[in-house]
Design a protein around this ligand. Structure first.
Ligand code: NAP
Length: 364
């Protein structure tokens, strides 16, 4: 069904935007597209800070960035307006929005609910909306989204801890399901104990898998094992530990946010093991042919997930009481949070308390 706008007007909004590749954010007024028949308008309560927000704000991945750019794709908020044909939500419901807010709805990808792979997928920020306008993310007071690209937040899940699941949770859950790396007793390696990595540990333990955290940070060992429940922890540059881990893992989810060698990871996989790359780096990986060919090993990439997977993921999280470990911050701390995230100094996700700390008085 086409989304019609009837007599609706553009929605005035405000938030914090990066103005250039310094990545420094500052207050910003803008408009959202009008709330159409199939749209909901959400008053944003919380928004997580993904490392991808830093990559985009600083243009670290060599993409075209539409400055001023309002980041944020781990959005939870209250539905304050619904279009006349909205079926899934009513006013007052709590909705979540992740990294995508639209797609063509007709192609072979969309028909399988792989909207994230649709050639016309619309990113929640730095994308082009249906009407051609630039999309702005969740470091802002409101968002307008087609109801099919918002998920129903289960009751009982603390919203601030659930917000990061909309991207971090989805990005690790989706390949675990898609590649069958979710079977009880399988051995899963997780590279990088950050925002994505720590929720990957939680999902994998809920699937009753054996989990090894593969990290650059010796200081994270105790927490990984004792609090997050990983079964083992190995340092990515410890040759002895790498040797002992050879041929032991059914799969690895690589969430590292910086360049690193894939060779030792490929060696850790059993025959037919799968290495799934979800961390983003501008440096292309160098692949060793022989261990891949002789071990029939598979390397795949994965980006976020589709809308059905998003709802499945959040329902699974609610059932297993999975939320992110977070540090809740006020809006005006966001630039410090970016600096700390770039220095690997957060356990494990910053979440902006948007509703209580984004003040229009911040705006010039
Ligand atoms: P994060 O919280 O900063 O965590 C990344 C972790 O990677 C760090 O905590 C660190 O863990 C490890 N790391 C950092 N630099 C490394 C290096 N050079 N070599 C090896 N490990 C390194 O970031 P995040 O939010 O989880 O995001 C992780 C990556 O995924 C980012 O690149 C982000 O853009 C990307 N991402 C992709 C998708 C997607 O759809 N594919 C979605 C969201 C995010 P240790 O201290 O344990 O080593």
């Amino acid at each position: 069904m086409a989304n019609t706008l009837s007599n609706e007007k553009e929605v005035p909004a405000f938030g914090w935007a990066a103005r250039d590749s310094s990545g420094i954010l500052s207050p910003f007024h803008f408009s959202r597209r009008a709330n159409g028949d199939l749209d909901i308008t959400i008053k944003i309560l919380y928004c997580g800070i993904c490392h991808g927000d830093v990559h985009f704000a600083k243009n670290e991945l060599g993409r075209h960035i539409n400055y001023p750019m309002v980041p944020g794709h781990e959005i939870v908020g209250e539905v304050i307006k619904i279009g006349s044909n909205v079926k899934k939500f009513k006013i007052g419901d709590i909705a979540g929005v992740g990294p995508i807010c639209g797609s063509c709805g007709k192609c072979s990808h969309c028909s399988k609910s792989w909207e994230n792979s649709c050639p016309k997928t619309i990113l929640t920020y730095n994308g082009h909306d249906y009407d051609g306008s630039i999309t702005y993310g969740g470091y802002s007071n409101k968002i307008v989204v087609n109801e099919n690209y918002a998920i129903i937040m289960p009751k009982g899940l603390p919203l601030e801890g659930a917000a990061p699941l909309l991207c971090a949770g989805l990005t690790v859950y989706s390949p675990m399901i898609h590649h069958g790396l979710c079977q009880s007793g399988q051995h899963l390696g997780i590279v990088g104990l950050g925002g994505l990595g720590h929720v990957a540990v939680k999902f994998a333990k809920a699937f009753n898998m054996k989990v090894t955290v593969i990290s650059t940070s010796p200081g994270k060992k105790e927490e990984a094992l004792e609090r997050l429940g990983a079964d083992s922890f190995l340092l990515i540059n410890d040759q002895q530990q790498l040797k002992e881990a050879k041929d032991t893992m059914d799969g690895i989810i690589d969430t590292a946010s910086g360049p690193h060698s894939l060779h030792p990871l490929i060696d850790m996989l059993k025959t037919c093991g799968k290495l799934i790359l979800v961390g983003a780096s501008i440096t292309p990986p160098v692949l060793p042919y022989m261990p891949l060919m002789l071990g029939r090993k598979i390397i795949a990439g994965s980006a976020a997930g589709g809308m059905k997977e998003s709802q499945d993921m959040i329902n699974f999280a609610a059932k297993h009481n999975i939320t992110a470990d977070i540090e809740v911050i006020p809006m005006d701390y966001v630039n410090t949070a970016f600096e700390r995230l770039a220095k690997n100094d957060v356990k494990y996700r910053f979440v902006i308390d948007v509703a209580n700390t984004l003040n229009v008085s911040h705006i010039d």
